[in-house]
Ligand binder design. Structure first.
Ligand code: MF3
Ligand code: CO
Ligand code: CO
Length: 265
């Protein structure tokens, strides 16, 4: 598949979808607390996305690879050693100190906005958990800071990998960021590791995500029997942050930026 370049009204469509996706993460923060189940978080997000925003939750019934069952919920909730694609459940109650990633993708007028953030449940996370979450967000921001016409995808991956490994963490290699637009997952694949100068050259009008998954221990992962939930092989925690980006004439626009964020770009 080739990389689509967005112009004019297409960019406006992506801006709107991105802003709405961000608003879901802004809304849900007050509901994330000990005792609440990830199933309840999913229901609150679903109702907000459909009834308040007039959007479609892209994960619901999403078909990944052939042989994978359709994803059964409207968001992904990934706790502690879950790397990504955790399935919300009424029996999974959050505890003080849990590291939770909420990943939201909405569709508005056919355009997708995809973003995720970490929550330190009840404020009681370990020193390691807090550092893992902070460093992973820094990895995202260092990746974003590379984005401009003429830079390469390798520049992004390199910046992320160097920062994670300097902190003695590891980068998950099996999952990556992706082009995004009328489709949830488009070309190109955006690896979170790599070498400076390698890979696709960025061009004004490209839209893609950066969504590093960083493990406190080893990079190795395994898939649970539900065919969706990805966990660390060593059961140590993992973190992820994600934004949807637009390459502009002179740099980058963060389409899923939240009000709370003071971005370095
Ligand atoms: N939102 C995820 C991403 O960042 C994809 C989730 S697919 C789902 O690409 F089916 F698990 F929702
Ligand atoms: Co994504
Ligand atoms: Co996502």
């Amino acid at each position: 598949m080739q990389i689509s370049i967005k112009t004019g009204p297409e960019i406006e469509g992506m801006r709107t979808a991105g802003r709405l996706a961000a608003s879901v993460l802004e809304m849900i923060g007050d509901h994330v607390k000990p005792g609440v189940s990830t199933g309840e978080i999913d229901r609150i997000c679903h109702a907000f996305i459909v009834d308040e925003l007039g959007c479609i939750p892209a994960p619901l019934n999403y078909r990944g690879s052939p042989g994978q069952p359709p994803f059964p919920r409207s968001i992904c909730t990934s706790v502690n050693q879950v790397v990504c694609h955790g399935i919300p459940s009424d029996t999974k109650k959050l505890k003080k100190g849990d590291l939770l990633n909420i990943d939201v993708t909405v569709i508005k007028d056919g355009w997708h906005g995809d973003t995720s953030k970490m929550f330190l449940v009840g404020g009681g996370s370990s020193v390691l958990g807090e550092r893992l979450s902070r460093v992973t967000q820094e990895c995202l921001y260092k990746g974003i800071a590379e984005v401009r016409p003429g830079a390469t995808l390798g520049d992004i991956g390199h910046a992320i990998q160097v920062h994670a490994e300097k902190e003695r963490f590891s980068v998950v290699k099996e999952f990556c960021g992706h082009g995004i637009g009328r489709a949830f997952h488009e070309a190109p694949q955006v690896l979170h590791y790599g070498r400076r100068g390698e890979g696709v050259t960025l061009q004004e009008g490209m839209t893609f995500t950066i969504e590093p998954m960083i493990n406190a221990g080893k990079a190795r992962i395994r898939m649970l029997a539900d065919h969706w939930t990805v966990v660390t092989h060593d059961s140590k925690p993992s973190a992820q942050w994600e934004h949807t980006l637009l390459v502009t004439a002179d740099g980058v626009e963060v389409l899923t930026r939240r009000a709370e964020e003071a971005l370095p770009v």
